[in-house]
Write a protein that binds this ligand. Structure first.
Ligand SMILES: *Cc1c(COP(=O)(O)O)cnc(C)c1O
Length: 419
């Protein structure tokens, strides 16, 4: 008895020391770190660079100041929320699973899902959404037929699909593309194996040329060749963000162009300031997955990751309320108009340039490295367009003044060459 008491006393003393040491070192660290010049420098440079970013699909018009003010005022900045769990079956207080479900249910109808039949998550990224689409598709097809599926994806699709096929050990057929980057129907027909299930990944906005695979033509081939089973996943990381608010909205409407799942990046079009994504599928597809019932998380855990961000759904919800359909529509119109404006200006100055249908991506003869660096352009090589290329992805912060500054830099380059 005596010795237990003694032990407890020592134990609590040690515990107290550990806490004291912990808080002491924390406050020392804080005192030493602030203001951190390294961080200040990073911020100053990033703020400046963000205004002339043209090469990658990031929306630099982030409007989350109000969110961060609310977040601190609410007390949430002093605790952890964690969306570990299924947003369609779990709830509770130290997470934002209900808000996550609200966000998915806001977006689902825009892609032709009936809310009642919808399942989805706010994923880590477009890649994470593709991971779920490919995984769910593979398991559904294999379960239905007991035959190993083949994944078909275009050569110009985002590399994540190829990486994920490799990671998940799935047979993949890389399909040639036409000049503008769309899956070539004849090459697809040749590659399509009727005896094995087909896991199709449609690209909506190929990485460099911004091409959209022609679903109608590919579907007609599937109807004709009739593989034993078909699953369609749409990789719409960039274009899936803006297409629902344009006259081309049927391209991502599964009621018009059928598909089983779709992945969209949150940090590309919508103005999220951290990588995240939307992954949407149906309850039907979900039912075909191994549920891995986990009692301590209140049920099935169909998603690949356990812990997921609760902050991303909160921010997404904020953006939906603040920007909403009207704001998304205005931004979608703006980026498509400005992309066409950029193409027109390049034509006017005689700079070889191309743009696909429905696209906010303009690709052109590659300028000097100085211009590439200044605007953070992405390079590519394609002999069909004369070799060295670069592209601009026109995002909501790309105002006409920025496009004009870019054009005038290109003009200086042609003048220098002529001299
Ligand atoms: C950006 C992009 C991806 C990757 O998305 P992340 O959110 O960066 O993981 C995948 N596919 C396409 C078509 C993309 O544009």
């Amino acid at each position: 008895m005596e010795s237990t008491m003694q032990f407890k006393k020592i134990f609590f003393k040690l515990l107290f020391c550990a806490f004291a040491a912990g808080s002491l070192s924390l406050s020392n660290a804080q005192a030493a770190d602030l203001p951190d010049q390294k961080l200040q420098k990073l911020a100053a440079e990033a703020v400046k660079k963000s205004r002339i970013e043209l090469g990658y699909p990031s929306n630099q018009n982030i409007a989350l100041d109000g969110f961060y003010q609310w977040y601190i005022k609410s007390g949430l900045s002093g605790l952890l929320l964690n969306n570990a769990g299924n947003p369609f079956t779990s709830s509770g207080t130290l997470n934002a699973l209900e808000i996550e479900r609200n966000v998915i249910e806001f977006f689902a109808p825009l892609y032709g899902f009936d809310v009642k039949e919808t399942w989805g998550i706010i994923s880590m990224s477009g890649t994470d959404g593709n991971n779920h689409g490919i995984y769910f598709g593979y398991k559904l097809l294999k379960g239905k037929t007991q035959i190993d599926p083949i994944l078909y994806v275009s050569k110009e699709a985002h590399y994540s699909n190829k990486r994920l096929a490799d990671l998940q050990n799935i047979d993949m057929r890389l399909i040639d593309c036409d000049r503008m980057g769309r899956m070539d129907p004849n090459a697809f027909r040749k590659a399509l194996d009727p005896k094995r299930p087909a896991l199709i990944v449609f690209t909506m906005g190929s990485t460099f040329k911004g091409a959209i695979d022609n679903q109608k033509v590919i579907n007609a081939i599937l109807d004709e060749v009739k593989p034993v089973a078909v699953y369609r996943h749409v990789d719409a990381a960039l274009f899936g963000g803006f297409l629902p608010y344009t006259v081309h909205k049927d391209l991502v409407n599964r009621k018009v162009n059928p598909f089983d799942s779709i992945a969209i990046s949150g940090h590309k079009f919508f103005g999220m300031d951290v990588p995240c994504g939307i992954f949407i599928t149906t309850q039907e597809v979900l039912k075909k997955q191994n549920p891995f019932d986990i009692p301590y998380l209140n049920g099935a855990m169909p998603m690949i990751n356990c812990s997921r961000s609760a902050l991303s759904p909160l921010k997404f919800y904020w953006i939906i309320k603040k920007v909403g359909i009207a704001g998304f529509t205005a931004n979608a119109e703006k980026i498509l108009n400005h992309a066409n404006y950029l193409k027109k200006r390049l034509d006017q100055i005689g700079w070889p340039a191309w743009i696909g249908e429905y696209s906010n991506t303009v690709f052109f003869k590659r300028p000097s490295q100085a211009i590439i660096d200044k605007y953070h352009l992405a390079p590519e090589y394609d002999e069909r367009f004369g070799g060295d290329l670069a592209h601009v992805v026109v995002m909501p912060h790309a105002e006409k003044a920025l496009i004009e500054a870019f054009i005038s830099d290109l003009l200086k380059e042609t003048k220098n060459k002529a001299d």
